[in-house]
Design a binder for this molecule. Sequence first.
Ligand SMILES: CN1c2c(nc(N)[nH]c2=O)NC[C@@H]1CNc1ccc(C(=O)N[C@@H](CCC(=O)N[C@@H](CCC(=O)N[C@@H](CCC(=O)O)C(=O)O)C(=O)O)C(=O)O)cc1
Ligand SMILES: N[C@@H](CCS)C(=O)O
Ligand SMILES: [Zn+2]
Length: 837
Amino acid sequence: MTTFTAQIQTHIPGFPRVGEARELKFALERHWRGDIGEAALEETGATLRARHWARQRDAGLDLVTVGDFAFYDQVANHIQLLGCEPARFGFHAGQSQLARYFAMARGVAGHGHAHEHGGACCGHHDSHALEMTKWFDTNYHYLVPEFSPETEFSLACERLFAEVAEAQALGHAVKAVLIGPLTFLWLGKERAAGFDRLSLLDKLLPVYGAVLDRLKALGVGWVQMDEPILGLDLPPAWRGAFETGYWQLNQVGVPLLLATYFSPLEENVSLACRLPVAGLHVDGVRAAHELTSVTDWLPAHKVLSVGIVDGRNIWRTDLDAALAQLLPIFAKRDGKLWLSTSCSLLHVPFSLAGEHALDPEVKSWLAFAAEKLDELALLKAALATFAAQAAPAPTALSRHSGPSDGTGLADGAGLSRVTGLPKGSGLSDGTALPGGSGLPGRTAEPDAARLEAALAASRAACASRRASPRVNNPAVAARIAALAPDADRRASPFPARQAAQRARSKLPAYPTTTIGSFPQTASIRSARAAHKRGELPAESYEASMRAEIAFAVGRQEELGLDVLVHGEAERNDMVEYFGEQLDGFAFTRLGWVQSYGSRCVKPPVIYGDVSRPRAMTVDWTVYAQSLTTRPMKGMLTGPVTILQWSFVRDDQPRAQTALQIALAIRDEVADLERAGIGIIQIDEPAVREGLPPRRGRWHEYLDWATRAFRVAAGAAADGTQIHTHMCYAEFNDILPQIAAMDADVITIETSRSAMELLAGFGAFRYPNEIGPGVYDIHSPRVPDTAEMVDLLRKASAVIPAGQLWVNPDCGLKTRGWPETESALRNMVAAARQLRAA
Ligand SMILES: CN1c2c(nc(N)[nH]c2=O)NC[C@@H]1CNc1ccc(C(=O)N[C@@H](CCC(=O)N[C@@H](CCC(=O)N[C@@H](CCC(=O)O)C(=O)O)C(=O)O)C(=O)O)cc1
Ligand SMILES: N[C@@H](CCS)C(=O)O
Ligand SMILES: [Zn+2]
């Protein structure tokens, strides 16, 4: 067994950094408010790192990961490490590196305040924060590096090396992690026309070399180089650059583990396998079907790290299935195998330990970051045990390193050809063994009984999830089976609907509206927190939310907006709020996941068929409408966004889950309509980020995703105006599909890409009405009227004026009231100027 355990190593690509109780969030916000200094913030960082490394070691992992911590974002860390901070932040002598870092992440306003984050705001004094965009298909936002022909690189920050030393001083075996040079360049954006950022590679590689030299000098055993772009459609020049780049980096002589995740490698399998590195990590969940070819192609002297535990979702691993997958690979790799999570655990919550309110059955189906560490340790122990039982020494396993023989196992290995598991192991008989659920820790090698009990507990949980009556709801299945083929079509085409809606609402030209949320003030949040703690009765909580709604409606009337919103005071989050009210969803108490900087979200868990037991938004909306004679816009989150920002069941296609959510939203639309609401917005900001990494699969996704939206909206009468809203992404490459969603009005974020996006909409001749965001809500800066008039004039040049709406880029929940009111006042004035002209 010792021989096998020595050859099986466990590690993770990264760990959540915000802390079990969001300690980092609170420390950051205190620091930004000026309540604590840098030393105290640094101390929080060091405490969290130490705790998280201890977690990894105590769970039994062989290596702890260093370099995954960041005070704001891991890409921003690399911008500082590699010395390519844009010069515009007015850095000055004596300014600390951390202050420079936050300036870059949050912007520096000329008027003495920091911006919350990116966006092309404050262009006139050019100190706006770096843009933020989605990290691949996750709900995490990274800061976008900026590149131009003048960009220079240098080893400019000691932080990574200090963290390595910190971990070593604590006695850990360290694997450092870096974003690889190709992925770093790919994620950046060119700030000069006609410039190709790949041309910077020659300048960048020596700096990576210097970083690796330093890590080597520190005695780091392994460096994980994250290159997830190997799972994308790469232009040939980028593929070629991997060969030259890694040849150069390999010269340093520190073992490199090339890490890919989120997507299969496909045509890049052979490239990834032959690069001159010491090991390759692959996503064993999303690229499970490639495990055999990678196992076959990867030269025998290299380490294969299989990301067998899902780092993107929260389901407990089916350990039997995982072992069945691993055993043949293990045999082919001569017993030398690394086990890991598919990707960094940044994307899952910290631990299930505090989830006392979660239904115990559902809870038993889940594994968050801490539990996933235990799963890895368990898989290692099981694999070593089975291998030891099957053969006394690794030499008895296959030495075969060529293409698969089909069985995946060497003759004489003594493993069942059906399951890949040793006969009598108890793994393949499906019986749930009694015993503790405690998974093995590092303190002692788990004895056979403990291992068997832990495996049995895992098996029982997976079996309970498969068989549970709460997962399948026959009424939902019946409704989907009976869904009319034209359920995704409105009764009439857009021109007829537009006429009916204009007759009903009688809005002026350039109608003004907002995207839905108004400031989520500290008093709103603390009222909700008190209510959740049981200290504020439901009636008092509801009364205070009604007062907030009345306040927001009053302000909007006073500002002269045309289409009002209730302001979303009662919503903790635009997805979680709906998840809490839908059947088939579970929600957590502490299941926070970092979204950007200090901001977190708590994604709900979709574990079963989705249905809507009762109306979710009607009372609040009707109350808001009762306060005004102006149209009140109902506010819903769309099916694709609810799907994308939740943890989704993996036992049926995502398309099916999206359709179930769509039917629930469809019923809400019908209820709002019946209650007299004539304008309903169905937000779909996450449509773009749901696109599969490979373009070849876009079509299939866009078909079901846009249909889900149309099903949600499809029952609305012609005179009911359906809006949708999108933000946080570039949309120009999916304009036909956005148009096919057939919303009557789309409000869309435009300020980050200036009016580039609108040019796309204009060129495409987007057929319905559009509200291009006329100001960036991510900054407290108040844009003046002239600036917004200018943007609207530019918009009118490409889109017929009769199609245009006037609104901010996105919701105002992260803003304060003073800047919100001033900005909206200027926005209404801008619309009036255009009308007058
Ligand atoms: C539009 N965006 C969203 C994304 N994903 C979502 N699921 N939701 C989104 O809105 N992805 C893309 C963008 C990302 N943008 C943001 C913007 C803002 C936040 C944010 O502000 N997050 C808050 C948490 C919001 C929340 O859920 N609040 C709850 C609980 C609040 C809380 O922590 N309460 C404390 C006590 C507070 C007190 O005053 O006593 C507690 O419970 O301990 C609520 O309002 O009830 C954040 O703070 O990070 C996220 C993404
Ligand atoms: N209605 C939501 C959309 C955010 S993308 C809001 O206004 O916050
Ligand atoms: Zn938005």
